[in-house]
Design a protein around this ligand. Structure first.
Ligand code: AR6
Length: 201
């Protein structure tokens, strides 16, 4: 197995879980977050509003992740994670970004997901330098795949060519041979209900 790199719109992927680069409110925003909410329909916002972790005044800490149903998306679950805002690299940004990947994979495993797709968390509005973020995405996903059975299929989604190239370069530097562009994956039917598996922050 390899970590796959795929260029396109994450909302079109029929995988078990797609990851959303959310903000601490978990109530939607721009970028990939906006695209996911638009494609999922209004039910996704309702699911976010009903998350048991989001009591009044409580926000989702950076580096954490929660799951909701994916509503009208072809995926089964949306895993909402909050990436770090890039400042100067001295504010734990790399550890926080690594948490987004690792904790998303842990939650996907708990949900029975066999396939998961990640956007380039923090690489848009949050300003994380692209190649440094790609290195973290490559390191964390490869480490996971080498030590866990599921989710077996891990896809790094690049929305543009620069991100696609950064992923290829980072995966190659981390020891993976270059992959051909993969087909859009299909979902499996082994996922179990998200609601019973909500983690606490
Ligand atoms: N499919 C795949 N990737 C996408 C898509 C898409 N449809 N649309 C954008 N991207 P960003 P962040 C890429 O800004 O930096 C939101 O408002 C995009 O090209 O979405 O983590 C949230 O609510 C970039 O490479 O997320 C937060 O407030 C990557 O997704 C804030 O932005 C992430 O860019 C989070 O900022």
């Amino acid at each position: 197995m390899k970590i796959e790199v795929w260029q396109g719109d994450i909302t079109t992927l029929a995988v078990d879980a797609i990851v959303n680069a959310a903000n601490e409110s978990l109530l939607g925003g721009g970028g990939v977050d906006g695209a996911i909410h638009r494609a999922a329909g209004p039910g996704l916002l309702q699911s976010c509003e009903q998350l048991p972790q989001l009591r009044p005044g409580v926000r989702c800490p950076t580096g954490e992740v929660v799951a909701t149903d994916a509503h009208e998306l072809p995926a089964r679950f949306v895993l909402h994670t909050v990436g770090p805002v890039w400042h100067d690299g001295q504010r734990d940004e790399s550890a926080l970004l690594a948490n987004c990947y690792w904790k998303s994979l842990q939650l996907a495993e708990k949900l029975g997901a066999r396939s998961i797709a990640f956007p380039a968390i923090s690489c848009g509005v949050y300003g994380y330098p692209l190649y440094r973020a790609a290195e973290i995405a490559a390191t964390e996903t490869l480490a996971w795949q080498r030590s866990h059975r599921e989710p077996r299929r891990i896809i790094l989604v690049a929305y543009n060519t620069a991100t696609f190239k950064a992923y290829q370069q980072a995966l190659s530097a981390a020891g993976q041979t270059l992959d051909d562009e993969s087909e859009a994956p299909r979902s499996s039917d082994r996922a179990i209900a998200a609601q019973s598996l909500m983690p606490a922050f």
